[in-house]
Design a protein around this ligand. Structure first.
Ligand code: HEM
Length: 408
């Protein structure tokens, strides 16, 4: 590409993606160009605007107005018992939010019930791993996504990391349930409430002097940021399971992807940014997620709180050393060093030597591997304790519009 074209392209900025996917070195200090093409999205088209400059054009002004006119406590109270996808909205909601929720509770035209059925199979077969993966791949990864770590730390929920994990776990639980998007499921409501919570954060954080002093941006949670976090969930889990050699049935893994594509849509991510396939998701994650991972002082503190997730509870294997070793094993040495997580010789070695054989046996990939029965028992028990933790400790959570920032 010659200089003139290069300058033209740099100036075109937002519409570049529409030209198709290609890579180009960015000038020193400049943001790398957004080059992922909307042709790879669930709708195969879009204006390709750089998602780092797009937020939620509909929910943001609505929630800002609800907060400014003092309606947030009333709206939160009314929505507290609105949980099921098919449940009528409560009486007494202000007309603007009622109208928003009625319109956006509808699934998009590309929703596919057969794929959602296949997702159920995926979740049932891989359910035992998913608790650990959502918690200690996605959850821990969120602490090295700098903009997310800052937003979480300085928002209301950052004051209580365990509660926040509980809330995010609700989303993982709802999306994995059999009836996630059916009338008696909860995923549509959970996603919509999260969309409102994010709009609240966009309005409140710019009023937090702590956040303003630390953040590299004026408004948090752009469309690009949401895709980054999205990749820390399904894409990272898909990558992790693939790296363990788990053979995923293509129809089932596509179903799992579909359940997350729908969740992205319901969270207010524009369809043009939602990848259509795992290959597209992987290519977008290479551009959007992988290069931006880095430590922050806030993320280090959040990770520290996360390692204490099992503290004071009756789960003998959810201890700080084991969770630390798990983080190092799953996310690698660099992330562990960034987060100041010490090496755990006993647990680290056990994971390195026995985890993959354990998975291989569980998955029926090999019949006989030299795996100590104690190790197999321990991993089984560990996974079971994680599932129990979600069910017993992290379940009854209501997602709300935050009304203030982290006071600390
Ligand atoms: C709130 C999930 C993207 C920052 C929430 C909640 C859920 C959730 C379930 C409600 C529970 C709670 O209040 O903690 C997701 C998912 C995302 C995503 C599935 C993407 C697919 C992001 C991004 C950021 C972010 C990109 C920041 C850059 C926050 C903050 C809250 C929140 C600050 C409010 C916490 C509070 O103060 O109570 N998110 N999130 N989220 N999210 Fe996200």
């Amino acid at each position: 590409m010659d200089q003139l074209n290069r300058r033209t392209v740099l100036r075109a900025g937002g519409t570049l993606g529409a030209l198709g996917a290609f890579t180009m070195a960015a000038p020193a200090g400049a943001k790398p160009l957004w080059t992922w093409s909307p042709k790879g999205s669930v709708i195969g088209a879009g204006n390709g605007a750089d998602p780092r400059g797009v937020w939620d054009t509909e929910a943001d002004p609505l929630v800002a107005s609800i907060l400014d006119r003092g309606d947030a406590p009333k709206v939160n109270a009314l929505l507290r018992n609105w949980n099921k996808n098919g449940q009528p909205l409560p009486d007494g909601l202000p007309a603007d939010i009622r109208d928003f929720l009625e319109r956006h509770r509808q699934l998009p035209a590309w929703a596919d019930t057969d794929k959602l059925e296949a997702a159920v199979q995926f979740n049932e077969k891989r359910g035992l791993y998913l608790g650990v993966l959502y918690g200690f791949v996605s959850g821990m990864m969120s602490t090295v996504i700098p903009k997310e770590a800052l937003a979480v730390y300085y928002s209301k929920g950052g004051a209580n990391m365990k509660r926040r994990i509980a809330r995010t776990a609700k989303l993982g639980y709802d999306i994995g349930s059999r009836n996630a998007y059916r009338a008696d499921g909860e995923m549509i409501v959970t996603s919509l409430k999260t969309r409102l919570a994010h709009a609240g954060v966009r309005h409140l954080l710019p009023q937090s002097p702590h956040w303003v002093g630390a953040a590299p941006e004026d408004i948090p949670i752009s469309q690009a940021d949401m895709m980054v976090t999205w990749h820390s969930l399904p894409t990272s889990i898909w990558r992790m399971l693939s790296s363990w050699g788990v053979r995923m049935d293509p129809v089932e893994s596509e179903g799992y992807l579909h359940s997350w594509q729908l969740s992205a849509h319901m969270l207010g991510i524009e369809d043009q940014y939602i990848p259509s396939t795992w290959a597209e998701a992987d290519s977008q994650a290479k551009q959007a997620l992988d290069p931006i991972l880095a430590p922050t002082a806030e993320g280090i503190k959040l990770a520290d709180m996360l390692l204490d997730l099992g503290a004071g509870l009756d789960f003998t294997l959810l201890t700080r050393p084991i969770l630390g070793a798990l983080t190092r094993y799953m996310l690698g040495d660099q992330v562990a060093e960034w987060l100041h997580i010490p090496r755990e010789p006993v647990w680290g070695t056990l994971l390195e030597t026995a985890w993959r054989p354990f998975v291989a046996v569980r998955e029926g990939l090999v019949l006989n591997v030299p795996l100590a029965p104690e190790a197999a028992w321990m991993f089984d028990e560990f996974l079971r304790q994680f599932v129990l933790l979600y069910v017993s400790e992290l379940r009854p959570i209501k997602i709300e519009i935050p009304e203030f920032n982290n006071p600390n």
